[in-house]
Design a protein around this ligand. Sequence first.
Ligand code: WT7
Length: 571
Amino acid sequence: MDMQAIPAREGNHNLKNYEDFRKTFSWESVEKNFSWHETGKVNMAYEAIDRHADNPDKKDKIALLYSDPNREEKVSFDELRLQSNQFANVLKKYDVQKGDRVFLFMPRSPEFYQAFFGILKIGAIAGPLFEAFMEQAVGDRLENSEARVLITTPDLLYRIPQDRLPHLEKIVLVGAHEEEGDQYIDFDSEMKEASTDFDIVWVDREDGMLLHYTSGSTGKPKGILHVHNAMIQHYATGEWVLDLEEDDIYWCTADPGWVTGTSYGIFAPWLHGVTNVIRGGRFSPDDWYKTLQDNHVTVWYTAPTALRMLVSHGEEKVREYDLSALRHILSVGEPLNPEVITWGLKAFDLRIHDTWWMTETGAQVIVNIPSLEIRPGSMGKPIPGVEASIVDNEGNEIPPNQMGNLAIKAGWPSMMREVWNNKGKYESYFINGWYVSGDSAYRDEDGYFWFQGRLDDVINTSGERVGPFEVESKLIEHPAVAEAGVIGKPDPERGEIIKAFITLNPGHEKSDELLEEIRQFIKKELSAHAAPREIEVKDSIPKTRSGKIMRRLLKSWELGLPTGDTSTLEE
Ligand code: WT7
């Protein structure tokens, strides 16, 4: 769809003269905002929390504006400093060391953020897991990372396969419980006893800080390691892209189990010392508009799937709320439909700024900013300090308006530094000095990037990456399923839905009950968002002669597209 460009926003904003600024920019200039530029002693928790708590003008400012349907809490920078010190002391008591992996598996809550910064303060690596994960998904991640400590809530405990986790020494339980045994630590009582003084463990800028698991098309999820140095890019994009100002009230809707919920739900806003709204509970249009209204949110970072749902509830719903504080909206996770941008202009009288990046990039890379025109359907332009391009399979740049691999010149500050325990996988991302994203795109003559799709078989459902292999592996664990092939099928609200093709083992008959049972099986073992919305029983699943499932062929069949080259198809 070709739509007219939307002109740059009037008025003042943080990044003006994009083209000129880009030309002379160096990351050094951003590093100078941090004292570690001189001392070499760095810790993200200090820069995001303690630095503001040390500032008499800022220490009592509200850092965290938390609410969920049952609870409301306001936490100042100083309180968050003291609470995270306490948690760091709890970890110290149990001998947690720099570099150890400490995981969090719990819903958003004030305790989550206390624990999160406590982990960073002791120099350990934090691993947040989305609360919807079920046993297999949780087990795989804790096993691969060899996590020593896990922080969770008593009602999630049943999803932790402790038997298969020899490295997991301690489980910290947040909330009332009756667990007994040496492995359990009670959050409330330990926090009460813990000192509010803690000497931050200073680390190297290249030391590990955060481990996020993400899905690929083959194999188990990969642990993407980020280091403290990433703060440079979180800070810079917080200024240029989120356009943050001292008095902003900021809301990022993402859960910290995903990278958006850490890079932009934790780091970017707090590096800038702004008040950060965290809303727990489930999505509903009324709840979200009310959250925007009641907290006087000024800057709002959300996702296309949510925006599409808001669109479907109409502009009238927006009018029921006073959203006059809102001044800047951003989106990430999947393509932002031009129709949604058009609707946003009417409904909020604001442009919606698409941003492109991924778990591996650690921070925004290609963006729309207030001072650039928006070309609806385009992800925008690379941030200053980052070079993006379209390359062929050998890593050679290709001319404008031709589709190819979306690639980024390796070495930006927030780039992943490791795929946990998998050097080969890490190296496979880089070709000829370029990080190759797995997305296809083209660049127009003016340097705007246009997303075209994924090049691998990874499914993007409601903004969440699901690896087809993980779902297929789980499907064939069900006694009725012989073989399985899983694809993403385009869906107007969710971007894609998961569709599974299966063959049945002898003795099993196709029925609606059986298909529902299989669906529930995935939901129960893996996670709700990985459960196929559609399951189709086939006589056989197309495979290559080497036994690889031909997902692309399944997809072509499903969409009624030409099947292309099938010469490797097994007889
Ligand atoms: C994949 C990364 C870090 C953001 C949350 C998702 C897709 C992301 C866009 C966009 C079109 C997008 C890509 C990318 N994606 N943003 N603005 N337009 N597609 O992080 O789970 O690592 O997924 O999400 O396919 O590769 P993620």
